[in-house]
Structure formats: structure tokens, C-alpha cells
Unconditional design. Structure first.
Length: 214
């Protein structure tokens, strides 16, 4: 009986270990500055030059593709900027058109003739309720300084407040003061007075106006 021994299979790791170690050592040598300078400028300079040309030839397609990608991105950026510029130009043109339209409207308004204001005409007749209080004869000339000051004060006051003062004074004095006021102010005070007080003042004013003719 013949017994044979099976050979152990060698690990595949040993096959790749030596090449990987060599590549790692080469990478370190190329990356380390002293060894890099020694290879590029030493006895291996012709080999280094050939390797650079080979790498440049092999890497040209990748470099070209990278350049194309960069050019494409820049072209897209330029198109975006041109689009924004056109939008800004359109906005400026619209603003200029709006300003021109407003200027035309302003010019048209300035060219139109302005309407002539109609002067207000004050009535020459005294309102109802104040006719009996008009000054008669030389009554206005003979009025006292106190009556004149009271007339100016009542004319500047609100009719309601002046009417409250009127009701606390004698009728003869009220008639004298109201006769010194303009017809509109006197009529406003008479209109807010109670009807009884207004009638009494009208009778007193009629009596004062008739007294010089007696």
C-alpha cells in the first residue's frame, strides 16, 4: 500500500505581498523629497523623463475630460449671469418707461389751464334773527370800549360758549355787543340761544333801534 502526502497549497497572499511591498517602496521613494530629487536628477534621470512622458500621454484623456468639465461649468455660469443681466436690463427698461410716462403726465397737467377761482360773495343782508340787532344811527360810534372788547371776544368764541355768557347779562348790554359784531357771528349766537331769550333780545333790539326816531 502506497501512501502519498498531499502538498500544502501555498497562500495566495505571498504572491501579492512582494509586488505590493515594491509598489509601496516606490511610492515612498517618489513622495519623499530627497529620494525624488535623486531619481529625477540622478543616474535615473532618462528613465524618469521617459516615465513622465508616458504618464503625460496616459493622463492626457483624463486631463482633457477634466478641462471639458471645467469649461462646461464655466459656460453654464456665464449663461446664468447673462440671464440675470437680461432680467436686470428689462427691469431698468420698464422703470425708464414708467418714468417717461409719469413725466408725460406731469407735462400734460402743467399744460392744462388752471381754473379761475370764483370769489365768494358775502350776503349783504343780515341773517334772520340778527336783523333787529343791527346798529342804528350813531349807536356803533357811541359804543364803549368794553362793549367793543366783548364783541371781539364773543366773535372769537364758539357760539355755544358765547350764548352761555349772553344769558347771564342784561338784554340792553347784549344788544349793544351783538350790534357791534358782524352779522354772521351774531346770527350764530342767536341761533343757539333758547327761543325765549332770542325773542326777548329781538324785542330789545327793536326797541333800541326805534328809540332814536321817537
Amino acid at each position: 500500500m502506497i501512501v502519498t502526502r498531499r502538498r500544502r497549497r501555498r497562500s495566495n497572499l505571498g504572491r501579492f505581498l512582494l509586488p505590493l511591498t515594491a509598489l509601496a517602496a516606490l511610492a515612498v521613494a517618489l513622495a519623499w523629497p530627497p529620494s525624488h530629487d535623486a531619481i529625477a536628477n540622478g543616474p535615473l534621470k532618462p528613465v524618469w523623463a521617459v516615465g513622465e512622458r508616458v504618464l503625460a500621454t496616459v493622463g492626457t484623456p483624463f486631463h482633457f475630460a477634466a478641462q471639458q468639465q471645467t469649461i462646461t461649468e464655466r459656460n453654464q455660469t456665464i449663461r446664468d449671469l447673462n440671464g440675470r443681466l437680461e432680467q436686470q436690463r428689462a427691469a431698468v427698461a420698464a422703470g425708464d418707461a414708467r418714468v417717461q410716462q409719469l413725466q408725460q403726465q406731469v407735462g400734460a397737467l402743467n399744460g392744462q389751464p388752471r381754473p379761475t377761482p370764483i370769489p365768494s360773495v358775502r350776503p349783504t343782508t343780515a341773517p334772520a334773527g340778527a336783523a333787529a340787532l343791527a346798529p342804528a344811527g350813531g349807536q356803533a360810534a357811541a359804543a364803549s370800549e368794553g362793549d367793543r372788547r366783548a364783541a371781539a371776544t364773543w366773535a372769537a368764541m364758539e357760539p355755544e360758549k358765547a350764548a352761555a355768557i349772553v344769558q347771564r347779562l342784561p338784554d340792553e348790554q347784549v344788544v349793544r355787543v351783538l350790534a357791534l359784531m358782524d352779522a354772521d357771528s351774531a346770527a350764530q349766537i342767536m341761533n343757539v340761544l333758547p327761543a325765549i331769550v332770542a325773542a326777548r333780545l329781538n324785542r330789545a333790539g327793536a326797541q333800541v333801534g326805534a328809540s332814536p326816531n321817537r
